[in-house]
Design a protein around this ligand. Structure first.
Ligand SMILES: Cc1cc2nc3c(=O)[nH]c(=O)nc-3n(C[C@H](O)[C@H](O)[C@H](O)COP(=O)(O)O)c2cc1C
Length: 172
């Protein structure tokens, strides 16, 4: 097998999953800043992971661009967010809002639960948290996802679960 893991992680949770997956498969994981299309072309299986911020998967643009260009490759994508992994409606929403339906047909998609590390958030991300909290606070009926995020943001939390990577490993 000729596979690689690429991740985009702002506070380390997606990197943690990327490293678990790479170790399990005995391959290498790379930060997205270290790779380009020419590099990826050498692999026949590309595993990409990104953290979820305001409903968007980090660096989904990079993915969207390369999925169509590297059409021969097998793409496995995992998103890491705070929303619980059994919230299937959230997972469908993530897929629909981050990928073209044609590209989705070519992707094996997975969702893993991450956590929150307030010390690692940038100033902009902290402002994002405040905006999110204000928005959810004002809404009469926040979604399950919004409620969950709002409550979790008060304390650091780590819901990452090594066992959950098995579903992805099985598809490689
Ligand atoms: C400003 C902000 C917005 C976020 N938006 C979402 C979201 O829309 N959905 C979600 O499930 N998690 C959301 N999260 C939680 C992150 O996805 C979570 O912290 C994840 O573990 C980050 O992964 P990373 O450390 O690899 O970047 C948000 C976190 C922050 C700070």
């Amino acid at each position: 097998m000729n596979a690689v893991v690429v991740y985009s992680s702002k506070t380390g949770f997606t990197k943690k999953y990327a490293d678990w997956i790479a170790a399990q498969l005995n391959i290498v994981s790379y930060d997205i800043s270290e790779v380009n299309k020419r590099f990826l072309k050498k692999y026949d299986t590309i595993i990409f992971g990104g953290g979820v911020y305001a409903g968007k998967i980090s660096d989904a643009k990079f993915l969207n661009k390369n999925i169509s260009k590297l059409a021969q490759q097998h793409w496995l994508v995992f998103a890491v967010g705070l929303t619980p992994a059994d919230d299937l409606a959230n997972i469908e929403k993530l897929k629909a809002e981050n990928f073209e339906s044609e590209d989705l047909k070519r992707i094996d998609f997975f969702y893993f639960q991450g956590g929150i590390d307030t010390n690692k958030l940038s100033r902009t991300q902290k402002l994002g948290v405040l905006a999110l909290r204000k928005m959810v606070g004002f809404k009469k009926e926040p979604s399950v996802e919004e409620k969950w995020i709002n409550e979790s943001l008060d304390n650091d939390a780590d819901y990452s679960d090594k066992a959950s990577i098995q579903a992805l490993i099985d598809k490689v």
